[in-house]
Design a binder for this molecule. Structure first.
Ligand code: HEM
Length: 527
């Protein structure tokens, strides 16, 4: 295979990219073991938006952030580009054969069954629920502050927001209260805490190498290996599966009973159960798929939002002026709501808060917690390019012929920092870019939200992006309305840890899990 790959000539041979220092690992170490995004940002500066690098055994792979090329792979080509087989196996391990794993017709069927639960009205209806989950966490913090010296306390933010967002997804998706914010012994809350970091954080050279090798194994052998491996990382994932499947089975049977008694609810799980009780086989899921969807929703909808929230607070303690301006905007909206006789902000209030909206956009641009999408071309293809590539032999390519089987890594953070789209200051966190009419160019439309790649794009784009945006807004309002956040000395040592999602950790303290210690005090009322 290596000889075949090494000697075959391809139109892609002369695409510029970094030199590989290791035949066995290629450039994979630099890409996957460094802090999130750092390697690809520096490659982009040197080589552009399409970069050839080496995977193990000297095999070529491509890192792509060119807008038109991404648009083609994610939107135009449907199922002609598939996820890497070994990455799908990671999805099976973390969430079963649900939406994240499924491909082709199976994916189409599953997505069709799930979509009705994720529209704009459904997401907007969840605002009070998101607010109440955020408020529960704020009440716990207030109790702690009340009994702390000087009414100030250092909270490890990810630990708390992870539980609150688990409760939010539990109630929105399953109408089920995991009680994770109040009960730190909650089993589901415990197994999901630091799951990504424990399973995928700081991947060793051996791990990266064996993941690459595994793609040559027959899939049944690979699955058998993972179902029996004694590796602590995989044992941890199997524990999550056992605990989550137990809760899912219980939930499905409760919901089926409720539906039969005519007491069905509108949560997503109830919709799935209802579809399965119907006659149409094209709108049904197998029992395995049904259990998997619950894990998909917890996995895809919980750590993503909670880590994004942690990164928001990280930015706000570095820019106290922005924190204060947001609080002023919240107070003004609270006043308007109060004058209407409402004690809480509604969806229209949130929609009218321009600084909040700009901050959420900038947060999702600058800290996209899902970093990479891995796609293989299932057939020969031609990629359109926004920026022509000058090859190492001086040829200028306006489009890129792609042979079947080409493996690509689509870089979300690099696209999100494209200077031609987001402005010359794309490498800095600047919420005001969203408030200036000329700052952002929208020549190519990519993702479902703010033209970002953060939620991917096309037929496999994030199904829960509307939930995520409203949940982020609701939590931001609740947190800033109640508290002020300040940096602690550890802020200088925060790392953007790449663990499938981007997790804050402290330099040299990876074994302590996700960490962002911030000093919290009550926010003055009446600003
Ligand atoms: C800031 C928060 C979020 C981010 C950054 C995010 C990002 C993403 C990305 C990049 C994908 C594509 C993954 C791939 O193709 O491999 C994805 C897929 C998905 N997301 Fe999200 N997501 C977020 C929140 C949510 C929420 C709240 C939910 C559920 C309520 C959710 C449910 C899903 C599902 C089910 C998929 C699979 C879609 C499919 O393959 O058809 N996500 N998300």
């Amino acid at each position: 295979y290596v000889l075949y790959k090494g000697t075959r000539r391809s139109a892609l041979d002369n695409i510029p990219g970094p030199v590989s220092r290791s035949f066995l690992l290629g450039n994979m170490g630099e890409l996957m073991q460094n802090q999130a995004g750092l390697t690809e940002f520096s490659w982009k500066e040197k080589y552009g938006d399409v970069i050839k690098f080496k995977a193990p055994f000297g095999v070529d792979r491509f890192l792509i952030s060119d807008p038109k090329a991404l648009q083609h792979i994610l939107q135009t080509s449907g199922y002609r580009w598939s996820k890497f087989r070994e990455r799908r196996e990671l999805s099976r391990l973390t969430s079963g054969r649900g939406l994240l794993y499924a491909d082709g017709n199976a994916h189409k069927r599953q997505r069709k069954v799930m979509l009705p639960g994720f529209g704009t009205p459904e997401a907007k209806n969840f605002l009070p629920l998101f607010r109440s989950c955020a408020a529960s966490m704020c009440r716990r913090w207030s109790d702690i502050l009340d009994s702390s010296e000087g009414q100030a306390h250092v909270f490890n933010i990810p630990e708390w927001v992870s539980r609150a967002t688990l409760d939010a997804i539990g109630q929105a998706a399953f109408d089920y209260d995991f009680g994770a914010t109040d009960d730190h012994e909650n089993e589901l809350g415990k197994v999901y805490q630091n799951m990504f970091l424990n399973a995928f954080g700081a991947p060793s050279t051996g791990l990266l190498f064996s993941l690459e090798l595994s793609r040559f194994l027959p899939i049944s052998l690979f699955e058998f290996f993972n179902d029996h491996s004694p590796s602590p990382r995989i044992v941890g994932l199997r524990t999550v599966t056992r605990v989550a499947n137990g809760v899912a089975k219980q939930l499905i049977s409760t919901k089926a009973d409720a539906l039969l008694e005519g007491k069905g609810k509108k949560d997503i799980m109830s919709l799935l159960v209802k579809a399965n009780l119907g006659e149409n086989p094209k709108a049904q899921l197998s029992e395995e798929e049904m259990l998997a969807q619950m894990r998909v929703l917890i996995l895809a909808g919980h750590e993503t939002t909670s880590n994004t929230l942690s990164w928001l607070l990280y930015e706000l303690v570095k820019d106290l002026e922005l924190q204060q301006k947001l609080r002023v905007e919240i107070r003004a909206a609270e006043k308007v709501a109060a004058s209407r006789g409402d004690s809480e902000l509604g969806i229209h209030d949130l929609e009218g808060m321009v600084l909040l909206s700009a901050t959420v956009k900038e947060l999702l641009r600058f800290h996209p917690v899902a970093l990479h999408l891995f796609r293989t071309a299932n057939e020969d293809d031609v990629l359109p390019l926004s920026t022509p590539i000058t090859t190492t032999t001086g040829e200028v390519l306006k489009e890129l012929p792609i042979p079947k089987g080409t493996r690509t890594v689509l870089s979300i953070p690099t696209y999100n920092r494209n200077k031609k789209i987001f402005g010359e200051d794309a490498d800095t966190f600047n919420v005001y870019r969203w408030l200036e009419s000329d700052h952002i160019k929208r020549d190519v439309s990519l993702g479902p939200f703010a033209n970002l790649a953060t939620f991917s794009g096309g037929i496999r784009s994030c199904i829960g992006w509307r939930f995520a945006v409203i949940e982020l807004q609701a939590f931001t309002v609740e947190l800033l309305s109640n508290f002020q956040f300040f940096a602690t000395p550890k802020i200088e040592k925060i790392r953007r840890e790449a663990a499938l999602v981007m997790v804050p950790t402290i330099e040299g303290e990876l074994e302590n899990g996700s960490q962002l210690p911030l000093r919290v005090t009550f926010a003055p009322k009446g600003e």
